[in-house]
Design a protein around this ligand. Structure first.
Ligand code: SF4
Ligand code: SF4
Length: 460
């Protein structure tokens, strides 16, 4: 039985994987590698792919917009360095396979950029209109930095058909190993609060909450103290939520904080809720107050095999290999490199894969740790123990969906609400038969998406 169901500040289902945060939780944000070359993906967000605004041999400035789209759901991309466009070519993307990227050779290698933005002492949110904030957010290329990459302007923009009432700032960071958001909460507290106030003004939300897992008492304390100090303590409530994976999932956080369910197939704005990650809130303040585009982000480089794990301020487009090399490389027991955390991250084979706006971590795992990836664990038939059902935070029947996908019964999988799966991996994590349930479901969703695309194309 899941005791979390009874708590106001939790959600049904979920699991408790070892946190492994201690590897980097004391590591202050420090400059990452000085980029010699970056590859800025033209698709690093949900929505339309950008078209390149530069071509081979063009000279670009740091912060210059180099890709954009006219589509509403999209987000421009900017160069993190001054340099010359080497080529516009395909590069490995952790999720999408091969994606067009603008490859830029930096004029000089260093020094690496320090995070330097400070909220001005005379900051007054009343000086900004909702339109100004939304326009600045759009032009800065801001997208959700917690992993999803949804364009932030689309999230916060007022919509009379879907009025927003609750703004939830996500400071949970429930994935094992990752601590970049934790460090941002400790070190960039005022910046986050300024971003929260701007997001509230733009979205028109009347209630604001900052959800933080209760295994981060220092972040809760620092955030509360800063809110009291700035006089915002009555308007913005810090909500400690239970430490449980995937507490940082939008739907799970909404359930924990507001006791509301986002219906399957719906998105939070449909029930009047906006969820922004803490890193996104901090970047929003930079974008609106100083017009700084999103060209750098904090990335946790972690895992036992990494020689110098830590939290680094990294030019977006830096390759995973360059990042790992900057961290002193890895020990011989390294077996898997994951972009993201071990639960929802994507294993990558090509270390030239560039980091993106949503890439919060590079996690390196040993062979022993990925025993669950079936290197040394035998997959056995389902014993109908029901653990996957109990762990599923979306109240699905994971084993039935996986079984249907396995036998190519995609319509059956759809009837079991496959599309409602958030791909959290809890079902695979608890399965004593080592069945890669989430893998089957992800595959099924890809097949269904392809079928739909094919049908749409045939109707044109
Ligand atoms: S079925 Fe989907 S949502 Fe449910 S536990 Fe598995 S991966 Fe998570
Ligand atoms: S957890 Fe694994 S063994 Fe148990 S019911 Fe689910 S799929 Fe079957």
């Amino acid at each position: 039985m899941n005791v979390g169901v009874k708590s106001r500040f939790s959600f049904p289902g979920g699991v408790h994987p070892p946190g492994k945060k201690a590897l980097t939780s004391e590591s202050q944000v420090q400059p990452g590698p000085a980029a010699k070359q970056v590859a800025v993906m033209l698709s690093q967000h949900i929505g339309a792919v950008c078209r390149p605004l530069v071509k081979k041999a063009d000279v670009v400035k740091a912060g210059q917009k180099i890709g954009d789209s006219d589509a509403f759901v999209s987000s421009p991309v900017h160069s993190p360095v001054a340099g010359k466009v080497k080529e516009v070519a395909l590069r490995s993307h952790a999720v999408l396979g091969r994606v067009e990227a603008i490859v830029i050779e930096a004029d000089d290698e260093g020094p690496a950029k320090q995070p330097s933005f400070q909220v001005p002492a005379d900051f007054d949110v009343g000086k900004y209109s909702a339109e100004q904030i939304c326009e600045a957010v759009r032009e800065s290329g801001l997208v959700g930095m917690g992993g999803a990459g949804f364009p932030t302007r689309v999230k916060i923009e007022p919509n009379p058909q879907m009025p927003k009432d609750n703004l939830i700032i996500n400071g949970c960071e429930c994935e094992p190993y990752i601590t970049c958001d934790y460090r941002i909460m400790l070190e960039w507290t005022n910046q986050i609060i300024a971003g929260v106030k701007l997001a509230r003004r733009a979205s028109g939300c009347s209630h604001v909450f900052i959800g933080i897992e209760d295994n981060k008492p220092q972040a809760i304390e620092v955030m509360n103290a800063a809110l009291q100090g700035s006089g915002d303590g009555d308007d913005i409530e810090v909500v400690p939520v239970k430490t449980k994976y995937p507490q940082g999932g939008e739907r799970q956080l909404i359930r924990a904080v507001l006791k509301k369910n986002v219906p399957s197939g719906s998105i939070p704005p449909m029930i009047g809720v906006v969820v922004l990650n803490v890193a996104t809130a901090a970047a929003l303040a930079e974008a609106v107050i100083s017009g700084i585009p999103l060209t750098h982000r904090v990335v946790t480089v972690t895992g036992e095999p990494v020689n110098k794990p830590g939290n680094y301020y990294v030019p977006i487009g830096t390759s995973v290999g360059d990042l790992i090399e900057f961290c002193g490389g890895v020990s011989e027991d390294c077996a898997k490199v994951v972009l993201g955390g071990p639960m929802m991250g994507i294993a990558i084979a090509d270390l030239t894969t560039p980091t993106t706006k949503a890439a919060n971590a590079v996690t390196v795992l040993t062979k022993e740790q990925i025993g669950r990836a079936k290197f040394d664990r035998r997959v056995t038939p389902c014993i109908r123990c029901g653990r996957c059902l109990e762990a599923c935070p979306e109240n699905l029947n994971p084993t039935r969906i996986a079984h249907a996908v396995k036998y190519n019964l995609l319509d059956v999988a759809e009837r079991y609400c496959m599309s409602g799966c958030i791909e959290c991996g809890c079902c695979s994590y608890v399965c004593p038969a080592n069945i890669e349930i989430t893998g089957y479901i992800k595959t099924g969703k890809i097949f269904v998406a392809r079928q739909k695309k094919k049908m749409a194309n045939s109707k044109k």
